[in-house]
Design a protein around this ligand. Structure first.
Ligand SMILES: Nc1ncnc2c1ncn2[C@@H]1O[C@H](COP(=O)(O)OP(=O)(O)OP(=O)(O)O)[C@@H](O)[C@H]1O
Length: 817
């Protein structure tokens, strides 16, 4: 419903009308009756309406601009004040003829004629009765036609359907008025007061936002019920459109409100900041940043990003917190090395020299490192391989990384991944967090100041998965040559090229490294050292290093080989040399103290001095004991800290044939014990064991040294030997140690960690070692000097094990079973 058409009163006031003019719309059935009883003249002047349709009872203002219309109105106003009003088919037609107007129209009464200042004439007319043109009898000076009545067909007064339609029209028009901001609320007052159904339908039809032809269609429907229904349909459509429009508008409105609010707040903030003495952002700082930026070797993308962020900073007030966040952020861009590389030194001889200078032994490892450097040199694409040095603690993995950096002439950085459980430690926090920082990778590169350092990732096997994302998956991206040229740090908000970085990871164990990570690395095993090697390392490296660190030199303290050996054997029990270094540091401190206190001391230390300084040698638990007791056998184990020996003890006690196992053992070891037991039971004859023994006695197996958890199937042969020795009460071969898995069928299977196990056996002064035949190839790979003084027995079946390990001699005080 358009405002200008509603009641037709928008530009006029009531004072413009005579007291008795019939301005007030018809409201009652009596009014309607009056109109219907009026007799129509035979012919009428026809006033064509350009853009509306007049309905009976409705008052509308029309503007007459055309000369013909003005003449018609003037003539009629002077005469009977009655005209026929018919809508034009096409509003563009200037002088409509009979064919240009519809056939049906409404008789109108002129209520008022007003001369407007613009020369137009405004006429207030009221619709009376509908008519049909029979014939146009003259076209000049205006159209005149003979007409006939169009009688309205009314439903019976009791028609329920019609009443329902009328009610709906009323309700819906009230709804429409409520939803339409343009319709004055008085309109609802009018609707409520219209009593004549016919007039209600006309009133609504006239005021609806319909096209002329739609209104005309309504006008010519004689059946009032049908007309009402059609009107209701149009109203429904109109209501839906209105709802949609309001919906859109309220959305737009709320967006606007939000924007206005922000703008307003910003303005306020600005004012407050100015009041507090803040000014425009510090120009000097920005100029300095710009100068630094000029020296950076950024690619286009990074440069564009930096420029954008810098101009953001320029617009900020230096007093606000965001300013310093932004400055830190941009500082990081300026501090980070971008495409700044050190030239690699590919002199492999020199590299070898450096590796030899820093590390004693480790020949295989050094050889593999040199091979790697050679490949790097030949490929020359600067894409670096990822090395993973794995082995027990203190064997020099980390320090090898450092030597590699020196050999290549690259910068060296290191991060420890041990216990790191938060992905953001690697990838950083988004800069919107309070106290956000880049991840460790980016921080280390900032420290390195070059884009191609040697980057040591210590303890990659100890990366743990916490509830803050998975750091291993972030590491995967770091270590994947396909992806790491665009490593994304959350703080940096940019990809950073890590492909030129040479990563060297270290690990104590391969099992706990995520398999996908392990696949991406070249694994190099760094095994532990023999006693002789440790002595050499101590002499050549550890002692000079410690002397230097304490401000002394070799003239202040001399430790001979026998004493070093004593220290290694009596005070350390490890695969690496970290503990040894600590003991040597103690020796050096002793000298330093004496020098500082001006006291005499032996520069060349004796065995006694060693005991005096370090205390009496610690118990050497992992020393082979003897074979005097049945059921005690030495096994070889592999742990994360290197090889170790273990003793398996078993005893019999009167009982009902139960098997119990104690010690800090894993599930697999317990299974091995059960397998061994079953094997013995089924081969009791062979070992001359009375089968009744199994029912009369309980067996208890124990593995002492419970502090280090031991698991793995490799104790199988040891369990078996222990139990056979127990049931037969025969001695186990002297100075023998063994490792191997057993199966129910009596087979012996190969096991891992052989190198470490051999070193542990040597430390424990074992002479003979029993292994699966398939482990021979591991032994063949070990340097002969490591194997000096050891005899190997290779076996296939459990019976071979027993043939070798169990003697015919009964133990002292053998039990009679
Ligand atoms: N072969 C060697 N020659 C000289 N020094 C060595 C040798 N092996 C180890 N060291 C020294 O032993 C110390 C410990 O080595 P490092 O820290 O590299 O051990 P690691 O294998 O990385 O241990 P972890 O696994 O605990 O990190 C260092 O001071 C190192 O120089």
């Amino acid at each position: 419903m358009g405002k200008q058409k509603f009641l037709g009163l928008d530009s006029l006031s009531f004072q413009d009308f005579d007291e008795n003019s019939e301005l007030i719309p018809l409201m009652t059935p009596e009014d309607e009756e009056l109109i219907n009883n009026e007799t129509l003249p035979e012919s009428l002047p026809i006033l064509p309406l350009r853009n509306t349709v007049l309905f009976p009872g409705v008052v509308i203002p029309i503007t007459a601009g055309r000369d013909t219309s003005i003449k018609l109105i003037n003539d009629a106003n002077k005469g009977g004040k009655v005209v026929g009003v018919v809508a034009q088919k096409d509003e563009a037609v200037e002088n409509p003829s009979a064919n240009d107007i519809y056939k049906a129209g409404t008789v109108a009464r002129i209520l008022k004629v007003l001369k407007m200042p613009d020369g137009n004439t405004t006429v207030i007319i009221q619709g009376k009765k509908r008519f049909e043109i029979k014939k146009v009898i003259q076209e000049k000076p205006y159209l005149t036609a003979t007409i006939s009545d169009l009688p309205e067909v009314k439903p019976e007064t009791q028609n329920e359907e019609f009443s329902a339609i009328i009610d709906s029209i009323k309700d819906l028009s009230l709804d429409i008025i409520k939803e339409s901001p343009n319709i004055p609320s008085e309109a609802s007052f009018a609707i409520k007061n219209i009593e004549s159904n016919s007039f209600l339908v006309n009133f609504v039809s006239s005021n609806m936002n319909l096209k002329v032809d739609e209104k005309q269609k309504l006008l010519v429907i004689n059946d009032l019920k049908e007309r009402a229904l059609e009107t209701l349909k149009f109203m429904n459509l109109e209501y839906q459109k209105l709802e949609l429009k309001n919906d859109i508008q309220s959305k737009v409105q709320s967006d606007m409100n939000q924007q206005q609010r922000e703008y307003f707040l910003h303005q306020q903030m600005k004012t407050i900041q100015e009041e507090l003495g803040g000014g425009v952002s510090s120009g000097e700082e920005i100029e300095e940043m710009k100068a630094r930026a000029k020296k950076k070797k950024w690619d286009k993308k990074v440069k564009a990003h930096f420029d954008k962020e810098l101009s953001k900073m320029q617009r900020m007030n230096p007093q606000v917190a965001e300013y310093s966040i932004q400055r830190n952020y941009l500082d990081l861009f300026l501090d980070l090395p971008w495409n700044e590389f050190t030239q690699d030194k590919f002199d492999l001889k020199r590299a070898m020299k450096i590796l030899d200078r820093d590390h004693f032994g480790l020949d295989d490892v050094k050889k593999r490192i040199i091979e790697y450097l050679a490949v790097l040199k030949l490929r020359n694409d600067m894409k670096s391989p990822i090395l993973c040095l794995y082995g027990p603690p203190g064997v020099g993995k980390t320090s090898l990384g450092k030597s590699i950096a020196e050999a290549l002439g690259r910068e060296y950085v290191r991060i420890s991944l041990g216990g790191l459980r938060d992905e953001s430690e690697i990838r950083g926090h988004r800069k919107t967090y309070i106290g956000a920082m880049p991840g460790r990778i980016i921080q280390s590169l900032k420290k390195a100041q070059t884009s191609n350092p040697v980057f040591v990732l210590d303890e990659i096997d100890k990366l743990s998965t916490g509830n803050q994302g998975d750091p291993s998956s972030a590491m995967l991206e770091v270590l994947d040559p396909e992806q790491n040229n665009e490593f994304y740090d959350n703080f940096l908000e940019m990809g950073y090229d890590l492909s030129k970085v040479m990563f060297v990871a270290t690990a104590n164990s391969l099992n706990t490294i995520q398999p996908a990570l392990r696949d991406r690395m070249e694994i190099i095993n760094v095994t532990g050292y023999t006693i002789e090697e440790k002595v050499e390392i101590a002499k050549r490296h550890l002692l000079p290093k410690q002397l230097k660190e304490h401000g002394l030199d070799s003239s202040n303290l001399k430790i001979g080989k026998p004493q070093l050996e004593k220290i290694v054997e009596g005070y350390t029990r490890e695969s690496g040399v970290r503990g040894l270094e600590k003991q040597i540091a103690k020796m050096v401190r002793y000298a330093a103290k004496n020098i500082a206190m001006d006291e005499d001391y032996n520069v060349k230390v004796s065995n006694e001095d060693v005991v005096e300084i370090l205390g009496s040698p610690k118990l050497e638990r992992d020393k082979y004991e003897n074979n005097n007791v049945a059921g005690v056998v030495t096994g070889l184990a592999w742990t994360r800290v290197g090889g170790d020996i273990l003793f398996i003890e078993s005893i019999l006690s009167k009982g009902k044939g139960n098997l119990s196992i104690t010690g800090n053992l894993g599930k697999v070891m317990k299974e091995s014990a059960t397998i061994a037991m079953e094997y013995i039971k089924s081969n009791a004859d062979k070992f001359e064991i009375n089968p009744e023994v199994f029912e009369k006695y309980n067996v208890h197996i124990h593995v002492p040294e419970g502090a280090t958890p031991k698991d793995g199937p490799s104790a199988g042969v040891t369990m078996l030997t222990s139990l056979v020795s127990l049931f037969t009460q025969r001695k186990v071969k002297k100075s023998i140690a063994m490792t191997g898995e057993i199966t129910l069928r009596g087979k012996v299977l190969p096991v891992g960690g052989i190198k470490e196990k051999i070193l542990a056996a040597k430390r424990a002064r074992i002479k003979e070692i029993l292994l699966c035949e398939d482990n021979k190839r591991d032994i063949d790979e070990i340097k002969p000097e490591y194997l000096k003084g050891l005899t190997f027995h290779y076996v296939k079946d459990m019976s071979d094990v027993l043939d070798i390990a169990i003697t015919n001699q009964k133990v002292k005080n053998a039990k009679k079973l």
